[in-house]
Each structure stands twice: as structure tokens, then as C-alpha cells.
Design a protein around this ligand. Structure first.
Ligand code: PMP
Length: 364
């Protein structure tokens, strides 16, 4: 049978890191701590109520959930201007990104990002028939701001997409950098939105601000977040963003009707009501991250500054072999980033001890 597959998809394999049942799963930046029993009960009760009404479609505008998300983000980022109409949500920030591309990118348009970065970014472009352009980051993985401003003027992207903290490097943007990128986007004829992907924001070090603080002065700024990481809710599939009402209204055009199930909405609202319990170990994860950075540096590796729940380290001359050696010892990490680098997610103290021991053995 000949399938009329789009030519650019021929021979491609689906995106995804290995899902293996090993002792230390340190490859997809999950929170290693399962929800505590009190939160399991609260989510179960909330989902039970939703199930009783499953004969009806869910609330298409999910205003209850958007109100709760606005309240959470306002507290977390110390901002006081967020209303439900500034919030949008979807099945993971992956779907949030797809909505943004469906609304603001597309054939004949360009998205600009800064490599190395999250490996799904080119796929959002591919799937919306958009041209994906990257600028290289500097050696320390920060942005080359002069080159970024010049590229925005030169290629006129309709979306500038930058993760902060960046995956896989952990690098966070300063507010000054966000302002400079936003100013460059504001000059693009026909308009350009600046998307700051803050999937890992809750892990940032003290004093590192969220781009959300700049939303009132920057109508074309979009800040995306997720409940998959600090919230320990990767299986719940809930991503969201904050932006101007005009941006949110554009996304309401392209979303599928009822894209957020009643069950998802109920689980997310219960989780938001218990965000402190769900994020109880975030400080612990941060401390474990900082210890991992120190330890890797003491072993002679280069480790960029990281504000996320993962650490990139190198040089690792034979990274595939090291990856396999760790896996044989029950430690699953990620081969990602430029040649010669590996990324490890921060797990429990026990998992990180396993990682350190395994790495010493494999590289002995
Ligand atoms: N952005 C970044 C930078 C990520 O690393 C990830 C997940 N690895 C996502 C977005 C998507 O996460 P989710 O769809 O679970 O919200």
C-alpha cells in the first residue's frame, strides 16, 4: 500500500526518550517524588466528581482552572495583574506550543530559537509547516544578544522561542535579555511573539526572576509553564501560559473543542489546591542539583550554571558508551545536547548516589 505521507515525514521515527523500568530514571526531568497520600486522596475525590458528569462535554473555556492557574502563577512569580483571560491551558506545554505555532506560525513563516535547546522545538515547526531557524548559543550556553537582535531583524520570525531555564543546558535568561528580545520582536513588521518557555521555572535559584513580571509592559510576550516538573504531575498532562488577552483569544481559535477533558481539569484543580504539598521537595531537588554540579566539577567535568532540575556535563569523549555503562548499572540518563555532553535529571539522594557511583565505575 502506498500511503500519501507528507514527503518530509518519510522515514522519521516518533519523538521520545526510552521508557525503561530501571532503578534510577533520570532521563526526562521528572520530579522523582510521587504525590503524597493526602494529595492522591484530594485528586481522586475531585476526579470522582468529574466522572459523575462524564455524559456531558467538559467546560470548553475551563474558567475555573484558568482562575486557579492565574492565582498560582501570581503567587509564584510575585505578580498581581493576572486574570483568567490572561491564562490558557492544554494537555502539557507541548500542546500549548502547538497551539502557539498553529496561531502564529505556519507556511511561509519562520520560528527562531537558540541551539542547543529543547529537541521538540523543530517538531512543532515541522508539524505546522513552518521554517525552523536556530542561532548557536555562546560557549557558556548563554545567548549572544547582538546576534539574536540582528537575526530577529534579518529573518523576521513570527515566533521567537526561548526556554528559560533552557533544556538541556539549564541556562536561565535575565530580565534584561527578555526585554532586549521583546524590543527586537516589537520591531518585526507584521508582528512577532516572544515565547519564553518556563517549564522548569520553579527550580530557578533565588533571585532569578520569571519573565512573567514583564507581561504588563510587553503585550507580545508569552510565558509558558507546566505542571509536569515541579508539580510532580507529568502523567496529568497539564501545561499553561500567561499572556495578553489578545494572544489567548488567538489560541482559542485554533484549539480543538473540548481539548481539556473534565478529568484533566478536575485533577489539575485539585493539584493546584495542594501545590505546596506537591512541591514540598523542590528545595531538596535544588540542593541535590547544586551538590551534583559541585561533584561533577570536582571530577573535572565542565558544567554550565543550571536553574533547572537537571545538569549537563562534559566533555564525555565516548558518551554513548558511558550512557550504556550507566544503564547496565540501573541508571538511565539522556544522550542529548552537543556531541560530548550528557544530561542527568535530578532524582532522590539515593538515585543521585547511584548515578555518582555508576559514573565513577564506568569512567574508571
Ligand atoms: N518545554 C521544555 C523546555 C521541556 O523540557 C519540556 C519537557 N521535557 C516541555 C516543554 C514539555 O513538557 P510537558 O508537555 O510535559 O508540559
Amino acid at each position: 500500500m502506498t500511503l500519501p505521507l507528507r514527503p518530509e515525514l518519510v522515514g522519521l521515527t516518533p519523538y521520545g526518550a526510552p521508557q525503561l523500568d530501571v532503578a534510577a530514571m533520570l532521563n526526562v526531568n521528572e520530579n522523582p517524588y510521587a504525590p503524597p497520600p493526602s494529595v492522591v486522596d484530594a485528586i481522586t475525590r475531585s476526579v470522582h466528581d468529574a466522572v459523575e458528569g462524564l455524559n456531558r462535554y467538559p467546560d470548553r473555556e475551563f474558567l475555573g482552572l484558568r482562575t486557579d492557574l492565574a492565582r498560582y502563577l501570581a503567587t509564584e512569580s510575585h505578580v498581581d495583574f493576572l486574570e483568567p483571560h490572561n491564562i490558557w491551558a492544554a494537555n502539557g506545554s507541548n500542546e500549548i506550543m502547538l497551539h502557539l505555532h498553529q496561531a502564529f506560525a505556519g507556511p511561509g513563516r519562520k520560528v527562531l530559537s537558540f541551539a542547543p535547546t529543547y529537541s521538540m522545538y523543530p517538531e512543532y515547526s515541522r508539524d505546522t509547516v513552518t521554517e525552523y531557524v536556530t542561532l548557536p548559543r555562546r560557549d557558556d550556553f548563554r545567548l549572544d544578544m547582538d546576534a539574536a537582535v540582528a537575526a530577529i531583524a534579518d529573518i523576521a520570525p513570527t515566533i521567537v522561542l526561548v526556554a528559560s531555564p533552557n533544556n538541556p543546558t539549564g541556562t536561565a535568561l535575565g530580565l534584561h535579555e527578555v526585554r532586549v528580545l521583546a524590543a527586537a520582536c516589537a520591531e518585526v513588521p507584521g508582528g512577532s511573539v516572544l515565547v519564553v518557555d518556563e517549564a522548569y521555572a520553579e527550580f530557578r535559584r533565588r533571585g532569578v526572576p520569571s519573565a512573567a513580571t514583564l507581561l504588563p509592559e510587553t503585550p507580545h510576550l508569552v510565558v509558558t509553564r507546566t505542571m509536569s516538573k515541579a508539580f510532580a504531575l507529568a502523567g496529568g498532562r497539564l501545561g499553561y501560559l500567561a499572556a495578553s488577552k489578545d494572544v489567548v483569544d488567538a489560541l482559542r481559535i485554533v484549539r480543538l473543542p473540548y481539548h481539556l477533558s473534565s478529568i484533566t481539569q478536575a485533577a489539575a484543580r485539585a493539584a493546584l489546591a495542594h501545590h505546596r504539598e506537591l512541591q514540598a521537595q523542590v528545595d531538596e531537588i535544588r540542593a541535590e542539583r547544586d551538590d551534583t554540579v559541585d561533584w561533577l566539577r570536582a571530577q573535572g567535568y565542565t558544567v554550565p550554571e543550571t536553574d533547572a532540575n537537571f545538569v549537563l556535563f562534559g566533555p564525555v569523549p565516548n558518551r554513548e558508551e558511558v550512557f550504556e555503562g550507566l544503564l547496565r548499572r540501573g541508571v538511565l540518563i539522556r544522550v542529548v545536547g552537543p556531541e560530548g555532553w550528557l544530561r542527568v535529571s535530578i532524582g532522590t539522594a539515593r538515585e543521585m548516589a547511584m548515578f555518582r557511583n555508576a559514573l565513577l565505575e564506568v569512567t574508571a
